[in-house]
Design a protein around this ligand. Structure first.
Ligand SMILES: [Zn+2]
Length: 294
């Protein structure tokens, strides 16, 4: 039996610790390295001892990052606010976060293992790769429930490329999620935007006639049209399909952007929405709709 580890503090207030660590990361212009684990986790201890046995690894962890630990109980509570949408489902696990709060890397530790221990080369490579505070954010996006199966992580081509820099984020948040609309391997859609008297939904229809909302403002708590607002009593009216401003055709590839407030706790908890489209006939592209929310 190994003695229980006291690396992890089971009575910590992890959100407060996180905010303090972010402040420190800003002051020292470093990324934050969040290590999830618990005293019950033998591999967490093993990983720590391994890192400490190599002065260069220990120094990289201690000096190139702001390093914090988050205690996780044996029965994972997936509502934990620092789990970043269920990214953490085993321990030890690392997240690397920029000082502005955006996630840049989620590191499973199984790939760092070697035999009954860890690989020096792999841990060295991991710690070297993600310490740069100017590294781009590549947050792994998780969609709201009603979008599951209807979207894919954004490509870096239009129309998603129109959203990648986050300039459309109305509140200037640094975390955002971008998706390509891609349902059942279909990628070309006609789109109905919300009208004055219609429900606050953006509806896509694929070439095969599959019709579904790609944005439902009523599901997003920060939206002006969140459920509970009297505006939802309006009757739905069918809107015309959006025509390409350049050629008038109605078939597009679509990409969605959601701005994520720093205190967001669920995929629905977003604070801005943008819809980018690219005409399949003339290649016109633009942001054709956004939801200016509270
Ligand atoms: Zn066109």
């Amino acid at each position: 039996m190994t003695a229980p580890s006291n690396l992890f503090n089971r009575s910590q207030d992890s959100l407060t610790d996180y905010q303090k660590a972010l402040q420190k990361a800003r002051a020292e212009k470093k990324n934050l390295l969040i290590e999830f684990g618990g005293g019950w986790c033998e591999w967490c201890d093993r990983l720590n001892k391994f890192i400490l046995s190599y002065p260069d690894l220990a120094s990289m962890r201690a000096n190139d990052y702001i390093h914090m630990r988050v205690h996780i109980g044996r029965n994972f509570n997936s509502d934990h606010p620092l789990f970043w949408d269920d990214l953490v489902d085993g321990v030890p696990h690392f997240l690397v976060v920029k000082s502005n709060g955006s996630l840049i890397h989620s590191q499973l530790t199984d790939p760092l293992e070697e035999g009954d221990s860890y690989s020096y080369e792999r841990i060295f490579a991991f710690l070297s790769e993600w310490s740069d505070p100017d590294k781009d954010s590549k947050e792994i996006p998780v969609p709201a429930d009603y979008l599951k199966g209807k979207v894919a992580p954004a490509s870096d081509t239009p129309p998603a490329a129109l959203l990648l820099d986050g300039h459309w984020c109305g509140h200037g948040e640094t975390r955002f999620r971008i998706f390509d609309v891609a349902a059942s391997e279909e990628s070309i859609f006609s789109v109905r935007l919300p009208g004055r008297d219609s429900l606050p939904m953006v509806i896509a229809r694929s070439d095969k006639g599959n019709t579904f909302p790609v944005y439902d403002a009523r599901q997003h708590p920060a939206s002006l049209y969140y459920l509970g607002d009297p505006v939802i009593s309006k009757e739905p009216h069918l809107q015309p399909f959006y025509p390409c401003p350049q050629c008038g055709q109605e078939r597009f590839t679509l990409a969605l952007g959601f701005e994520v407030p720093k205190d967001s706790e669920t995929p629905d908890d977003t604070s801005w929405f943008a819809l980018a489209a690219r005409c399949v006939s003339c290649q016109w592209q633009g942001i054709i709709y956004d939801d200016k929310t509270a």
